[in-house]
Unconditional design. Structure first.
Length: 411
C-alpha cells in the first residue's frame, strides 16, 4: 500500500476526528513545497474525504460562455470535491463514441479533479432512438437525458435493459411533459398570489412511479435526479422496502428553501422548482431516514444575461458546487439534525458506491469560520445562487486530488 493510500485510509471517516501532529505530517507530503501546513495544527481544522457530486453541468463542449471544464472543476475543488459527474446536455451531446470523445479530450486537458461524464440515453436527448450506450459504456459513469424526461415507456425500458446488460446506472430526470402546462415555478401559493404559471408535483412523481415499474421488469440499477416533492420521497421509500434497486438525490437548496422564500429574481429559478414547506420537510425527513441517498448540487451555470430576466423569463438553473458543504454543515450538522458522519455518507460514500467511483483525495476545512456568500468570489463562471448574502460556516483551505493540490487557500 502506498503512503497516499495509507493516508486516505486513515482519513476515510472524518469522525476519527480533527487534525493532529501525526496526521498533519502525513497530509503535508501531498501539498506543494512551501505551503504552510503548520497552520493546520489546530482543533479548528478537519480533514474530510474528497466529496463526489453526481449531478453537475460544466457546459463544455458547446456552451463555454456559461462554464468550462476548467472553471467548473476548479470551483468543485474549492468546494471540497475531488470527483464530479457531468450531465450530457451539451453540443454535441455525448450520444456516440465520437461525440463523447470531444468532451473527454477537454476533460483530459483541463480538469483539475476527476470529471466523469454521463452519456445520453437517447440520440440528441430527443427520446426517439437509443444512443450508442454499448459503445460509450466503458467511458461514462452512467446514462441520463438530464434536462428532459424520457417520455416513452418503451424507450425507457429499452434503455434500462441495455444499461442492465452493461452494468451501468440509468440516472433519470423525471418529468412528464404533458403535465407542465408552461409552468416555471412550483404550482403553489406564491404562483397563485403573483400570477405565475406553476409546475405541478405530479409532473415529477408520476414518472418516478412509471420508472419503478420498469425497474421491477428489467432489474436495472436506477437513480432519480434532484427529487423535490413529498410524494417522490414516499414512492421511493416504498420502492426500497419492496427491494427495488433504486437510489436518489436532492439538492441543498431544496432542503433549506421553499416557495415561501421565492423572490422576483432569476437566482430563485431552477428545475425542478422550490416546492412547498411540506415538501421541504418531507425531503429533510428523507435525508434523515436514509430514503435520500446523496446530496447533489445540480450545479447549472448560466450567463448573467440569461439569469437577469426575472423569475418568469430567466433560464432554469443555479450554481452550488462551492457552497454545498457549508450549506449542509451549517443547516444540518451544526443544528444537530444529522451527524457529521451522515453528511460524509451523503456527499462522499453513497455517491461513490452507487456510481463505482473510488476515493481520490481529501479536503481540509476550517469548520468554525463564518463567511457571507459572495458570488463575485466564486471560481465558477456562474453567479446565480439563492444563498447570496447568507452566512454559512466552513471554509475550504485545501483540496488534494490524486496526490496533487487542486485548490489552495492559505489566507
Amino acid at each position: 500500500m502506498t503512503k497516499m493510500h495509507e493516508t486516505l485510509e486513515k482519513m476515510k471517516y472524518i469522525d476519527k476526528s480533527f487534525v493532529n501532529d501525526i496526521f498533519v505530517s502525513s497530509v503535508s507530503d501531498f501539498l506543494p513545497e512551501g505551503f504552510n501546513i503548520s497552520i493546520f495544527d489546530s482543533s479548528e481544522y478537519a480533514v474530510l474525504p474528497g466529496f463526489c457530486d453526481v449531478h453537475v453541468h460544466f457546459r463544455e463542449p458547446g456552451f463555454s460562455y456559461k462554464e468550462t471544464i476548467k472553471t467548473g472543476s476548479c470551483a468543485s475543488a474549492k468546494g471540497g470535491y475531488t470527483d464530479v459527474c457531468t450531465m450530457p446536455n451539451l453540443n454535441p451531446c455525448p450520444d456516440s463514441v465520437e461525440n463523447l470523445g470531444k468532451q473527454l479530450d477537454i476533460i483530459n486537458r483541463d480538469a483539475v479533479i476527476g470529471v466523469h461524464p454521463f452519456g445520453t440515453i437517447t440520440i440528441g436527448q430527443k427520446g426517439e432512438e437509443l444512443s450508442d450506450i454499448e459503445g460509450m459504456a466503458k467511458s461514462v459513469c452512467g446514462f441520463s437525458d438530464d434536462g428532459r424526461g424520457v417520455q416513452s415507456d418503451e424507450m425507457m425500458k429499452k434503455a434500462m435493459l441495455k444499461a442492465k446488460s452493461l452494468g451501468k446506472v440509468i440516472s433519470a430526470h423525471c418529468e412528464v411533459n404533458s403535465l407542465l402546462f408552461g409552468g416555471y415555478i412550483h404550482d403553489g401559493a406564491y404562483a397563485k398570489q403573483n400570477g405565475h404559471k406553476g409546475i405541478c408535483s405530479e409532473s415529477e412523481y408520476a414518472q418516478i412511479k412509471r420508472d419503478i415499474e420498469l425497474v421491477k421488469e428489467t432489474s436495472c440499477s436506477y437513480h432519480v435526479c434532484h427529487i423535490s416533492t413529498k410524494e417522490s420521497v414516499d414512492i421511493i421509500r416504498q420502492a426500497k422496502k419492496d427491494g427495488v434497486d433504486i437510489t436518489c438525490e436532492t439538492g441543498p437548496h431544496y432542503l433549506v428553501f421553499c416557495d415561501e422564500d421565492l423572490k422576483e429574481d432569476g437566482k430563485w429559478k431552477m428545475n425542478p422548482p422550490l416546492r412547498s414547506r411540506e415538501d421541504m420537510e418531507a425531503l429533510i425527513e428523507g435525508v434523515c431516514d436514509g430514503t435520500i441517498d446523496m446530496i447533489a448540487t445540480d450545479h447549472a451555470p448560466h450567463s448573467a444575461e440569461e439569469k437577469g430576466k426575472g423569475l418568469e423569463k430567466s433560464a432554469f438553473g443555479i450554481v452550488g458546487i462551492e457552497t454545498a458543504f457549508p450549506v449542509m454543515y451549517t443547516h444540518f450538522v451544526k443544528t444537530g439534525i444529522i451527524s457529521k458522519q451522515r453528511l460524509v455518507e451523503l456527499l462522499c460514500d453513497n455517491p461513490r458506491k452507487r456510481f463505482s467511483l473510488s476515493q481520490s483525495g481529501f479536503s481540509i476545512w476550517k469548520l468554525n469560520e463564518e463567511f457571507t456568500v459572495d458570488p463575485s468570489k466564486f471560481l465558477s463562471m456562474g453567479r446565480a445562487t439563492p444563498f447570496e448574502g447568507k452566512k454559512l460556516f466552513g471554509k475550504c483551505v485545501a483540496t488534494v486530488y490524486n496526490g496533487k493540490a487542486a485548490y489552495l487557500n492559505s489566507k
